[in-house]
Design a protein around this ligand. Sequence first.
Ligand SMILES: [Zn+2]
Length: 412
Amino acid sequence: MQITVDLSRLLSELETLASFSDAPAPAVTRVVFSSQDLAARTYLRKLFSEVALELRTDAVGNTFARWTGSDPSLAPVATGSHTDAVPHAGRYDGTVGVLGGLEAIRALRRGGFRPRRSIELLVFTSEEPTRFGIGCLGSRMLSGTLSPEDARLLKDGEGKNLEEILRQAALNGSLENVRLAKGYYHAFVELHIEQGPLLECKGIPVGIVTAIAAPAALRVTIEGAGGHAGAVLMPDRRDAFLAAAEIALAVESAAKATRSADSVATTGVCNVFPGAVNSIPSRAVLEIDVRDIDLARRDGMLGAIRSACQTVTAKRQVRVQIDLINADAPAQASPLVTEALTQSCRALGIESMPMVSRAYHDSLFLSRIAPTGMLFIPCRNGVSHRPDEYAAPEDIKRGVQVLASVLAQLAQ
Ligand SMILES: [Zn+2]
């Protein structure tokens, strides 16, 4: 079967989608359930209906567009991604997987392919944590990782709760019905820009994701004693910032100590109080992100950081409180999908390489209910979440070709 991608149509759809934005072009700001996000959803539903896909939207706003297969009793094959965008982002993150997924379906139709399994295109609600402070809201709920009870507790920055916002978006279903059973999908595959520089550096057009690293986030609050920077002598100090500095160095050591390139740990936030040049810091708050593709190793780093906190507490006579903000488990890609991806690339004569996804994706959660995999295409200079985010048309085209071929393989 010949897979012909209508690249100019796809690029113009990406451009139209980017125009639903609260920031002037080339920046894209599209926060979930903002008026621009709702308008973008309407636009997407129109595109899906033009191809006669059967539409369904669940109670949290995840959208499903189904091409019914010749045997609808079989578990469908699914693809998709997200279309919400962090403030001042670009136009390719997530959208390439949604509109590329749509174009893959159209290309298969044009080629005369008839799937045995249904093929379903998903648009996940709120992959970005911008509004509710939690990433992958839609796919978390689909996979049962976030319960309806916990979802009901979510509030946005203005104090509006999730259900209120859903009702305003005319989503009146029950959150209890969002979860999909394990085995609901035969397989899930997501096309995404890499958001890192590796493919571009190596000159390879397709990355086949073998594992998705998962972050754990800690907030560490250190209480020491403040005082006048001139009057309190050094032996009498309980400087909260210096304790924080030792903990930040321990975070680095914890990652280096695993001797694995897949272990990373970052202290990205350090707030110091009262924050005056002539005051000894009385309090410091650190936020620490720890990632790995191996759960035991990731949790080992967390353990090392906790014990460093204890050591610093004793040494510097400070109080340290550790809050675990988030700790999702990493995921391994399913061989069913990675093998289909490898085979498709080979058949299409497209060079590929295995790689690890170090960013978060909806696939991380889909992997809990379905055999899951991802394919990455390069993005210029590895830049993402910025207005100058860019994926070359030829790379997008190759990504869609591979995706179409994999969907066909898996749906046969
Ligand atoms: Zn994304």
